[in-house]
Design a protein. Sequence first.
Length: 703
Amino acid sequence: MAKESVMQDLNPQQKEALKHTGGPLLILAGAGSGKTKVITHKYAYFVKNNKTRPESILAVTFTNKAAREMKDRIHALLGKELKQNWIGTLHSQCGRILRAEIKCLGYTPHFSIYDEDDRCNLIRHILKEFKIYEALYKGVSSRINFLKSSLVGPEDFLSSGDGFGFDEKLAKVYVRYQDELKRSNALDFDDLIMLTIKLFESRPDVLKKYQTMFPHILIDEFQDVNFAQYQFIRLLAKAHGNICAVGDDDQSIYRFKGADIRHILDFEKDFPGAKIVRLERNYRSTQNILDVSKAVIERNADRREKKLWTEKGRGEKVHFCWLNNEEEEAKHIAKIIKELFLKGAFAYRDIGILYRVNLQSRAIEDALREMALPYRIVGGISFYQQKEIKDVIAYARLVLNHGDNVSLRRVLNCPPRGIGAATLSKVENEARKKSACLYDTLKSCTRSNGIVTSTKDKIGGFVGLIEKLSSSSCHSAADLLKAVVEKTGYADLLDDEKRENINELIASAEGKNIRDFIDKVSLVTSLDDAQGATHISLMTLHNAKGLEFPVVFVTGLEEGILPYFKANGNEDEVSEERRLFYVGMTRAKDLLLLTGARRRRLYSRIQDQEPSRFLRDMPKSYCQWIEKVAEPHPFRQKNDRKKPEAKKVKPLFASGCRVKHPVWGIGVIRDSYGDGEDQKVMVNFPNIGLKRLSLKLANLTKI
């Protein structure tokens, strides 16, 4: 690839970012400004123009989907697939480092990686054992996540006193949780980062090895890094300072996960002499959408100024509609979608409906189903979170790591073997006494005289099965998964759809390294397959990050919804809510439609709602306001209230009436939309089929 081809199709600011190859660089990439393009081209520029070896560039992002896109684009730019590279998520790259080095920390390289579901199952088990209310498991999981992302281990938490919200019961659970992970030779997501930092800090020689290995660091979505992730990046970059961070402080929306906007605001303090490049040309949205979004986000105090512009033109005004209740809001949305589709302007896959909290989707789903409009929920249960997939993967993980207690508990009676809870409780108590894993304790039970023969036979059958699978010669992940399904008889219990899911899992594992495949599955999130091919996409605003749609609805523009009621009284939280709204608005390419309701059922009771404070910041000249309630907007100017409401034009031809066409004969009106001379109709002609016609051209007569 010639030098020109790496630089072609880049704007001047993107080229400036590429040419800076030494020292720290912060690329402030506004929404839709081509940040993925600039980071992938920068990687290619290093390889083609600077003759940098691909394996000496650490390129990290936050989701598997983004990592795949980054890798595919780089391969396309270089004209070949890179056999040796370090392109991936922060967690996966730390996992690779730990696979090679974790013996230094007292683990074996065959450790399991627990996802959020595995973590919660283990926490529930511990809460039950400690006789603590089991329903608290999600809150406990969230607190442990926060502590680990702050690099606070169990011992640090115990000695912190009142720091980090010390709680004696939480400390007890945290200590036991981490002890269980160590006993199971397992790590959770946060351990991948925390233990890598612990490794680097305890072994300077290992740190130096990786600092030398990676003279160049590229990090995408820099605004989303938490404290632990930032420390990992700083440790690697401090030897040479060759770090290129790409991000947008206006899109920092994961404060609840520990993301700290100060990392991007204080970049020059941590990396003196850093060069700043702003990407302000937007390739996604119309100027009206950009101007309205900018007017809202400018209200945040702590941010870096960016002036986004586009060559797409003004486009349609941003629509806002204020309705009586959430049912009317949902029907309004469904009606507009149907009109857009019937006009042929947009396909269903072009439309995204965004909301602040999941409970808002109920009314929207009802309205879409009523109109027979296809939709899917993004961020729900992913393929890899379905029970049958989790079960088969748990078997594979246990085969690779006999110490994996969470996987053992999952598959011990799957399919049913009749090993009861009382027996398992005895085994767990014995394992704790001996500081052994459950599997080794089960093996010893088969030789014990203290267990009845029938139970001993059942345990022996399970142990024999795992031993047989462990000793089988499997050359790929697919071979191991096939062996699991065949030898356990698990698939015999499933219906056709679930069996087909397992077949799809096996097919996707063909030719893959066993450990790499299991790690990849463990690191998958629900956002890694976000946009559907033929459906309207429904999702929370948080799940919309990184996506774009020609048409976007942002619903629930009300105080208490957006901004969320928990943010009231905390300016930092309100600023985060404002960034969340900004992210939602800037997902739109062509049409942005906002809605709110005067009354809404929230948490089992109907509440009166006030329009969101964010609406006051939107320039009315770039917006079209529609009211479908008796009361005017509380935030409207007095002069606005004097304006008469626009009269609704009655369609010339109502649905169901019969009409005659001079060529196609008699037909029936199925739908009509538009006003005045712009009215159009859908007509079903028995011998011709469905036709979309403009009334001013069609010469229809009513009969």
